[in-house]
Write a protein that binds this ligand. Structure first.
Ligand code: AGP
Length: 611
């Protein structure tokens, strides 16, 4: 949940570090700080955003060729100057930044306190730093060995970057459970939670794995395991361009990413879906096709928006493939003692590929013999790398905290996956298969058409920006979209919103309905349409405000609803990829109307790498 950046080489370190932190702010922005090595340590840190730190330290001595930086999402200790990273050890010789949680920090802190250590912050990071220093001083060993010894005692998740005044060009890094990428330059090295801080400098990167430790000098990268055995760094070539992480003329990353969806969905389908030939080429599925065909059950594990994609996949896979599907919140799945049978397939869905709950959930499942299939957006991420097979959503870097283009990418991959398995299992007719391929192929163009009416959504958003609550209702394939629409509105506008199956209203929630309550129906033309019209009438009878996402040509609902959003006609299995678009726009424009920082909403971070 935090962003970390490091640089060592001939360039000035500070500009690289501070720019890298701005690109990683989506991971957390409660406080920020930098540590620079140059004839000793220079540490600047404070509560607040990177830009506030930058203004505060403007004009100070920022010269250095080796530095680290951190942007925090608070776990232990409230957001404050003293809890901001980097932390400095008792001797003043070490500085460290950390992303993760040290679960046994209290015990370590007690041991150090008993030895006379005092602490300036409430963080687990400062405890780990002084634990490392104490080992180095008492064992008379070098810092690298002290880090190894300390990390063997630590339980929890971490990425740490460590500076030592005794080695002014070296950064020591280690990871377990939180992401770390090292960029390999010409006589220089870059470190980051993802590749965005290094994109303009190098495309050659090393993804550090769990329990690995890196000693990083300008012209040398040594990788070792905690047993002090050298590991050959595996260099991957990045295919992301800097432009992909800039705003490209849009006011916010979220709006840019909503409008990118025609091309990102196209990119997701490209090279895989061939509607003319009637083929879907997905090597991750193909290589595991026997497991999918024989699967007694598919368990889907995810969080947040990715969980909504999993729920929609349940409806589609059960309908097309006739394989039982269970959808689990990763945070629940990992702590209860789930029954996992041999032959079960676990499908992990994650945009970041670093969500701690999802990552640990599949690690546990893997230990129990399950096959893991990962549907991930970030190439080379932890979930992608521990999966037995998978498929990338190819949505490109998603910087806005709200997941939009990654969500529709997930739906496109999951629909292709269901169609491919159904075809192999012969549980779908050739005619319906071909029809759905054509429908899927047409999605980018239909999304583009919806986006052309974004102005209509903006006007409607203005009407409802002062609502205190909202309900989102849908049936069948549109029920997961109702949940997703509610989550978007909550996280982007801070309006309390709930999603429900439309028929559930009469079992209690309808008591909420009055003339102030906006009720958003996802009511596209499908096999549930007649029923949902009745549900709309139930709301209208109680003076509720009705906003409906409907199919072009629907001549029933416009006469009933207060406001409507139109989407082009599509098969009910495909329609959710369309009906979610107006709801993304609705949350964006309501958030803007309310003055919310829609790219970085309060309390949130893009990648939840803590439990
Ligand atoms: C989505 O808009 C939210 N930001 C959040 O629910 C997110 O979907 C969730 O944290 C899961 O993230 P992941 O897809 O990267 O695993």
């Amino acid at each position: 949940m935090c962003g970390i950046v490091g640089y060592t080489g001939p360039k000035e370190a500070y500009p690289i570090v501070i720019t890298g932190l701005k690109r990683l702010e989506y991971r957390g922005y409660d406080s920020t700080g930098v540590a620079l090595l140059d004839n000793g340590l220079k540490v600047y840190k404070k509560k607040g955003r990177v830009s506030e730190l930058e203004q505060t330290i403007f004009g100070k001595d920022l010269h250095s060729h080796c530095g680290i930086g951190h942007t925090r999402w608070a776990t232990h200790g409230e957001p404050s100057d003293r809890n901001a990273h980097p932390h400095v050890s008792a001797s003043g010789k070490l500085a460290m930044i950390h992303n993760g949680i040290i679960e046994n920090y209290a015990q370590l802190k007690q041991e150090l306190t008993n030895k006379g250590y005092t602490f300036t912050s409430e963080t687990d990071t400062e405890v780990l730093l002084n634990f490392i220093e104490d080992i180095r001083e008492n064992n008379q060993c070098d810092l690298e060995e002290a880090v190894r010894v300390a990390l063997k005692r630590v339980t929890g998740a971490y990425v740490i970057l460590l500076l030592d005044t005794d080695n002014p060009d070296t950064i020591i890094a280690a990871r377990k459970g939180s992401p770390l990428v090292i960029g390999v330059g010409n006589g220089e090295h870059f470190l980051g939670s993802d590749a965005s801080p290094m994109l303009e400098y190098t495309k050659d990167v090393v993804y550090v794995n769990d329990y690995e430790l890196a000693i990083v000098k300008p012209d040398e990268l040594i990788l070792k395991n905690l047993g002090n055995e050298k590991i050959t760094p595996f260099i991957t070539k990045l295919d992301i361009e800097l432009a992909a992480i800039e705003k490209g003329g849009y006011d916010h990353f979220m709006l840019k990413e909503i409008f990118e969806q025609p091309s990102t969905i196209h990119d997701c389908l490209r090279g895989r879906l061939d509607a003319d030939a009637g083929t879907i080429t997905m090597s991750g599925i193909q290589n595991n096709i026997e497991h999918f065909k024989e699967a007694n059950r598919i368990i889907m594990v995810a969080c947040g928006t990715s969980w909504h994609a999993a729920l929609l996949a349940e409806y589609i896979i059960e309908e097309l493939c006739r394989i039982p599907v269970e959808v689990e919140y990763a945070s629940e799945f990992r702590y209860r003692n789930p029954v996992i049978n041999k032959g079960d397939i676990i499908v992990a869905i994650s945009q970041s590929g670093e969500t701690a709950d999802t990552l640990v959930a599949i690690e546990r499942a893997k230990e129990n013999g399950a096959i893991i299939f990962g549907i991930v957006n970030v190439v080379g991420s932890s979930i992608a790398r521990i999966s037995d097979g998978g498929a990338y959503t190819h949505a490109g870097p998603e910087i806005g905290v709200a997941s939009t283009k990654a969500f529709t990418g997930q739906l496109a991959v999951l629909t292709m996956m269901a169609l491919k398995i159904a075809k192999e299992k012969k549980t779908i007719s050739e005619e319906r298969y071909r029809k759905l391929l054509l429908e899927l192929e047409a999605v980018p163009e239909k999304v583009d058409a919806i986006l052309k009416n974004a102005g209509d959504v903006k006007k409607i958003a203005e009407k409802y920006k002062s609502a205190g609550d909202a309900l989102f209702l849908g049936r069948g394939y549109n029920f997961p979209i109702a949940l997703e629409g509610a989550l978007k509105l909550k996280e982007i506008s801070y309006i309390h919103a709930e999603g429900y199956p439309a028929a559930e209203m009469k079992h209690g929630p309808i008591a909420l309905v009055d003339e102030n309550l906006p009720v958003i129906f996802i009511a596209t033309q499908d096999s549930y349409h007649e029923k949902i019209v009745s549900n709309i009438q139930e709301i209208k009878a109680r003076k509720g405000k009705v906003i409906a996402v409907i199919t072009e040509g629907d001549d029933i609902i416009p006469g009933m609803a207060d406001d409507v959003f139109y989407v082009p006609p599509a098969d009910e299995i495909i329609a959710p990829m369309l009906s979610t678009i107006p709801l993304q726009l609705l949350s964006y424009y309501v958030g803007i109307a309310k003055g919310v920082d829609v790219d970085k909403p309060r309390n949130l971070a893009k990648s939840v790498t803590v439990e």
